[in-house]
Design a protein around this ligand. Structure first.
Ligand SMILES: C#CCCCC(=O)N[C@@H](Cc1ccccc1)C(=O)N[C@@H](CC(C)C)B(O)O
Length: 211
């Protein structure tokens, strides 16, 4: 696997490959490694396939339970702390996971790195997985905070592509997150009214404003 995430002036980019391997055997060419926890929290998965998919589902239900109990969205810091505490309770028991979690409130985005050693750290740029060193080669040479949306999208795509070229355990597709659209309240109202948009972020934003 090769996964990456970075934040920049325009928001957040997550990019991944789609291969699953068992030794030299390719178990899947179409794994979805960019995952959605809710409409404002996204993540990427690397490591043991069963570990990642199982604990991602547990985290998703924990976040939903938080919302129901507290009547508000969970923060990225709290969601990553829940995941980190669970992972830490299994330390040295053979878990293999490396996750990048991104999102936050509608004003600014942040990025966390979590792994099965118990590391939980925040930052601007992360790459995780067997192909991460190849991805860093492209990512670090192209990353700037003031990238445009197009440059950021291209940097994510190119970094994963070059990693899949050299890393035998990464391959097939490059998948990326959809841009989380942030509108000012007035625009959001107009878009929902005018086009009956199904954009989750717009609906979330209006809900947060109590509309
Ligand atoms: C084949 C097959 C079934 C999947 C086995 C399986 O977990 N493969 C793992 C590699 C691994 C890891 C730890 C122990 C052994 C094998 C894998 O492909 N992980 C990718 C990400 C997940 C989410 C698909 B990537 O990190 O390479």
């Amino acid at each position: 696997t090769t996964t990456l995430g970075f934040i920049y002036q325009g928001g957040v980019v997550l990019a991944v490959d789609s291969r699953a391997t068992g030794g030299q055997y390719i178990g899947s060419q179409s794994v979805r490694k960019v995952v959605e926890i809710n409409d404002l929290l996204l993540g990427t998965l690397a490591g043991g396939a069963a570990d990642c998919t199982y604990w991602y589902r547990v985290l998703t239900s924990e976040c939903r339970l938080y919302e129901l109990r507290n009547k508000k969205k969970i923060s990225l810091a709290a969601a990553t702390k829940i995941m980190n505490n669970i992972i830490y309770s299994y330390k040295n028991s053979g878990l293999s996971m490396g996750m990048i979690l991104a999102g936050g409130d509608m004003k600014q985005v942040s990025l966390y790195y979590l792994d099965s050693d118990g590391t939980r750290t925040t930052g601007k740029v992360f790459s995780v997985g067997s192909g991460s060193l190849f991805a860093y080669g492209v990512l670090d040479s192209g990353y700037r905070w003031d990238l445009t949306d197009e440059e950021a999208h291209e940097l994510g795509r190119r970094s994963i592509y070059h990693a899949t070229y050299r890393d035998a355990y990464s391959g097939e597709k490059v998948e990326m997150n959809e841009k989380i659209i942030i509108y000012q309240p007035y625009e959001a109202e107009q878009i929902l009214l005018a086009e009956n948009a199904s954009c989750l972020a717009v609906k979330t934003y209006l809900k947060m404003l109590g509309r």
